[in-house]
Ligand binder design. Structure first.
Ligand code: ADP
Length: 566
């Protein structure tokens, strides 16, 4: 049942309806609190961005790690190749390194070994300053500082060659190559003077290489202070460890390629973000458009235009909302139309007896002396019209009371067979008086219906009253009850005049009468104002029941009430 609601206009934020400006604006502080479109766009953009950022960080991490790993492996391989070249006699360097190692170990035994080493280092320095000159310069120096040198190659004499190896492999790998002796002391370096380089024995990759393995590590280079990739491989001849090739590259340099990838990744992320923003705004606008249309239509309805309809473009919730809105407007319109009809019907129903009373009372005044018999008839008619008015007023009061009190009365189990027989007894006399047969058939085994007994009885008597009223003499009215689909159905049937199919949907409306004159002409029983069925329907629904009618004109009508069962 519809109730009257307050018609206050909601505040409008979009100003799409000029009348909306009178309303206080929403107190939201930020623009996104006032715009669903903005919120959708922002949420969508933020979500998209977070997902992309997460993916970028994850992919970036994977790229970074695999690149670093690959670079480490590269360096290990280069160290291995350089070490191979140095240990393989066929490479042309192997003998030299072995010779160097031999002379080194002999020198170590010699007391002048320190001096020789110092000389070697100084010659090393020179070779670093001028690589081209190295070969010319060093042998002279080697001669001057190698008193033990005989037919064997001296360490000093081999240094330029080692230096060359270091340079060659450094160039190949784009990294720094250091050649260490078997104690971890630097002998040649592609970039620095060996004097500046500490003993490397303690470094993890060198330790591993001295133990015969290839290894790599990432640590800070004490010479540059930078995070650096190190790799080392042992130089071996047979089981003998001759030395170690150490190779290094600052991580920053090694990861130069990755930086490019990261820059492209960031650019892609930014473009995706912009795209997400644009798509978000577009989507927000698309989503919000039907809502704006509905707002405009709702404001127009509030202004009194009940022909407003919005277009339901989609099958989703917004489409459903648009359809619900259209349905609501149609329902409100028909409700208002019914209300208007009700008022006009009610005034008509009130005016007719009042006019009759007025006419009769005027006539009564003149006829009182002249024709007392006629005067007495007028008085009776006034009395009967007054009764009709009282009944009408009572019915209207009942109806409005029922409608106002939407609450269900406490539901108790009702013995329907007993109730129907009782109702039959009450109505029997009236039926007999108008020549109608009244029968009741209800099994005592019926499940009890749930509801308020008084209200259910009132509804059934109302239907019986109609059945008797609209059935010509000689006709039949009968009551039945049966359990069906977990409910209890009560049927009030008659062999009366029936109701045309096109009128059936309206018979429960207030003041609706199929034939506007016949009911009063027939026998004058009941209100005859078209309110009885509205009251019956209200009573039934208030008790959780349903009511409907089936009818064949000129054959009869059946009213069915279905109740919940206990
Ligand atoms: P009324 O007081 O006029 O009977 P109701 O609301 O009870 O008002 O019924 C509404 C209209 O439905 C009646 O005017 C009548 O035309 C029709 N109607 C109701 N019951 C029957 C029936 N059993 N047979 C034929 N018509 C009926």
């Amino acid at each position: 049942m519809t109730r009257s609601t307050s018609a206050q206009r909601p505040p409008s934020d979009h100003g799409s309806i000029s009348a909306g400006h009178n309303q206080p604006r929403a107190k939201s502080r930020w623009p996104w609190q006032r715009s669903l479109q903005y919120r959708i766009a922002a949420t969508y953009g933020a979500l998209f961005f977070v997902v992309l950022l997460f993916l970028a960080i994850w992919i970036g991490g994977v790229i970074y790690r695999s690149y670093l790993e690959a670079r480490q492996q590269d360096l290990v391989l280069t160290a291995f190749l350089a070490a191979n070249a140095l240990e393989d006699p066929l490479s042309g360097y192997g003998d030299e390194f072995a010779a160097y190692e031999r002379s080194e170990s002999e020198d170590e035994k010699d007391k002048e070994a320190d001096t020789d080493k110092a000389q070697n280092k100084s010659s090393d320095d020179e070779s670093e300053d001028g690589e081209e000159d190295g070969e010319d310069g060093d042998p002279q120096k080697a001669e001057s500082v190698a008193p033990v040198a005989t037919a064997q190659p001296t360490p000093a004499a081999e240094l330029p060659r080692l230096q060359q190896v270091a340079q060659t492999y450094a160039g190949d790998a784009d990294a720094r190559v250091t050649i260490l002796d078997h104690q971890g002391d630097p002998i040649a370096d592609s970039q620095y003077n060996t004097g500046r380089i500490d003993n490397q024995q303690g470094q993890p990759e060198v330790q591993a290489a001295l133990a015969g393995d290839q290894a790599s590590s990432i640590r800070k280079d004490p010479l540059t202070g930078e995070r650096t990739l190190f790799a080392a491989a042992p130089i071996q001849q047979g089981a003998k460890l001759l030395g170690v090739v150490q190779i290094s590259q600052p991580v920053n340099e090694a990861m130069e390629g990755v930086r490019q990838i990261f820059l492209s990744l960031a650019a892609a992320l930014l473009s995706a973000l912009i795209l997400a923003g644009v798509v978000g705004v577009w989507m927000g606008r698309r989503l919000v458009r039907p809502l704006r249309e509905m707002e405009t239509a709702a404001m127009a309805v509030a202004e009194g235009d009940l022909n407003q309809q919005v277009v339901a473009r989609t099958d989703d919730e917004l489409g459903a909302l648009a359809r619900a809105f259209n349905y609501m407007v149609n329902e409100v319109r028909s409700h208002i139309e019914r209300q208007q009809l009700f008022i006009s019907n009610a005034s008509h129903e009130l005016r007719t007896p009042l006019t009759n009373i007025k006419l009769r009372s005027e006539a009564l005044r003149t006829q009182l002396d002249e024709n007392p018999a006629l005067a007495a008839r007028y008085a009776d008619e006034i009395d009967s019209e007054a009764d009709r008015l009282i009944r009408l007023a009572n019915d209207l009061l009942d109806l409005s009371r029922l409608e106002a009190d939407g609450s269900r009365p406490p539901a108790r189990p009702i013995d329907m067979a007993a109730l129907l027989h009782e109702a039959g007894d009450v109505m029997q006399l009236r039926a007999q008086r108008v020549g109608v047969t009244l029968e009741v058939s209800a099994s005592p085994d019926l499940p009890p219906a749930l509801g308020s007994r008084d209200q259910v009885e009132a509804a059934i008597i109302n239907l019986m009253d109609n059945a008797i009223k609209y059935t010509p003499p000689g006709g039949r009215v009968w009551l039945e009850a049966e359990a069906r689909n977990g409910r209890l159905e009560v049927r009030v049937s008659d062999t009366g005049m029936g109701i045309p199919a096109d009128e059936l949907p309206y018979i429960f409306d207030r003041f609706y009468r199929v034939d506007k004159v016949r009911s009063r002409q027939e026998n004058g029983v009941g209100s005859g104002a078209g309110i009885g069925l509205s009251i019956a329907k209200q009573l039934v629904e208030q008790n959780g029941g349903q009511i409907w009618a089936e009818s064949i004109p000129q054959q009869g009508t059946t009213f069915v009430i279905s109740f919940r069962t206990a």
